[in-house]
Design a protein around this ligand. Sequence first.
Ligand code: DGT
Ligand code: CA
Ligand code: CA
Length: 613
Amino acid sequence: MTARVRDAIAAKGESATSLRAPAPLQTLARVADVEDRLGSRQGLLNEDVIAIFNEIADLLDISGANPFRIRAYRNAARTISGMTEDLRTFLTRGCDPADLPGIGRDLAGKIREIADTGTCALLRQVRDEVPGQGAALMKLPGLGPRRVQALQRELHIASVDDLGRAAREHRVRLLKGFGARSEQRLLQAIQAQMDRNRRFNVDVAARTADPLMQYLRENAKIAAMTVAGSLRRGRDTVGDLDIVATSAVPRTVILAFTAYPMTQTVLSAGVTRASVMLSNGMQVDLRVVPPADYGAAMVYLTGSKAHNLALRQLAQSMGLKINEYGVFRGRRKIAGRDEASVYAAVGLPWIPPELREDTGEIQAARDGRLPRLVAREDIKGDLHIHTRDSDGLASLEEMVEAAGRLQYLAITDHSPRMGMTHGLGAQRLAVQAERIDALNGVGGMPWILKGVEVDILEDGSLDLPNTVLGRLDLVVGAIHSHFELSPAKQTARILRAIDHPHFSILAHPSGRLLGERDGCRFDVPRVMKALAERGCFVEANSQPSRLDLWDSACRMAREHGVLVSIASDAHRVADLDNLPLGLTQARRGWLEADDVLNARELPELRCLLKRTM
Ligand code: DGT
Ligand code: CA
Ligand code: CA
């Protein structure tokens, strides 16, 4: 920590010893900045209103609205930014914004709307009305309404993509008032925006969040803290991290956060919230709230937006108001300290974060029909594991030992067609089978099932003859090539594969690689129906770059009565720990233990597999 920060904290009567993280040089000036801003007593709502009013003014400006109307929004934003009081406190005291200079009845109504709903209908309306992506263009630094208008008029630029192209072709610098330097700056800003829009695989997000939270716990006075947003809901990819903390001294949290060694840029820092960009390109939004609001803030920031909206409508229908501060009847706060109290106040049981997507969970909660989601302790085994015999990194014995806490596992090395994976043909499979028999003969856990990951060839035939497959305990079939076939051909290919007498489990059905390769396209319901008819199963692959089946397809499997195998597809010992990632997708697909193949005890599993063999 810098002397400057330490002094600043000490001057405020706060012990500096809790903030002992070393701040890298480039963060020093920023931390001082943040500390200056923390002197202000303005709150969250002030910041929201200012941002919304300024955006409305900008958008009205681009669309050529009445200058008086535009100025009214700008003046109002200026008035709010000049306030020394927290706007929410101001409203709670019963004061009327219309009494503030430059704010009339209409704008006062908008302020109340933002206080109640977090946004404003007019903003959505003008965003829709401005042609093309005017609103997105305006977000680029240095682009105001005049310059956006000029770009639209002179270069027919309707989107950020258009602008990027024009800038790369050096057409922007030819416009009056632009020049080479501003063209270059725009290109950089567009690149930065593309980086921001990038989504991260969930393992990267978790590996980023964990040490940050650990650091905050060690360097700030935190009473409770949780990761919220898409990571908490278990989405397969994460746009940015959202963290909610509660603390008696919020300032220590904001300061520690902005001084985090991995922080590259402080995007904003206020009294109760801050956003930073980390050096790995991931944005983190942090909110620090009083203990009495913690549950409400968790619900709000966990989202999803759609779930929040549905909750708000339900609350409204009960004459209540719900926002990130709590649940209110009139001005009286009736819940907010923990999540359960917030849901209870609107007549619901607590809803697991994985279900909060507004896909029927609120109705199910009202009817007492929420699923009892499959949990880690339900998982008895792992039905997709590789060894050094094909492309794994550990020996059969090492993998079995590492999976020691499981009741059973299946060894499923590749078939020969996957040349680069050193796949196994009939002979090597027979040798492997002898080794497995020997290990099983020794006794102890886990029981080892003999399997193979057989390649589904382009025409839907399998890469090993039925006679060989028939000697195994299970056959996991997977596509590793020709992802680009038309949906009709791809579907026919998969259906033909499933039809083989010894087919057991369809592995990573789409073949997608998140952020790298879209999955193949096929008729998912049709394939589910075929799997159900044949008594076969489908896999929820847990590799973080696959997560395939994905959430909604897991739900479809359940609806078709197809049991799902949540499998690690481990190629090394550490991969065995990926299982919870697949489990999360299964939970997002509403699966219960009964819907999961490897939640069955070994004897029952063997019966189920026999039927496919
Ligand atoms: P991401 O970051 O794209 O992976 O997805 P989320 O869900 O983490 O979204 P994010 O980071 O934009 O916002 C975090 C949560 O905050 C979101 O899940 C719900 C809440 N939230 C954000 N904006 C709004 C909004 O305009 N209205 C409502 N009702 N909730 C919002
Ligand atoms: Ca997020
Ligand atoms: Ca966020």
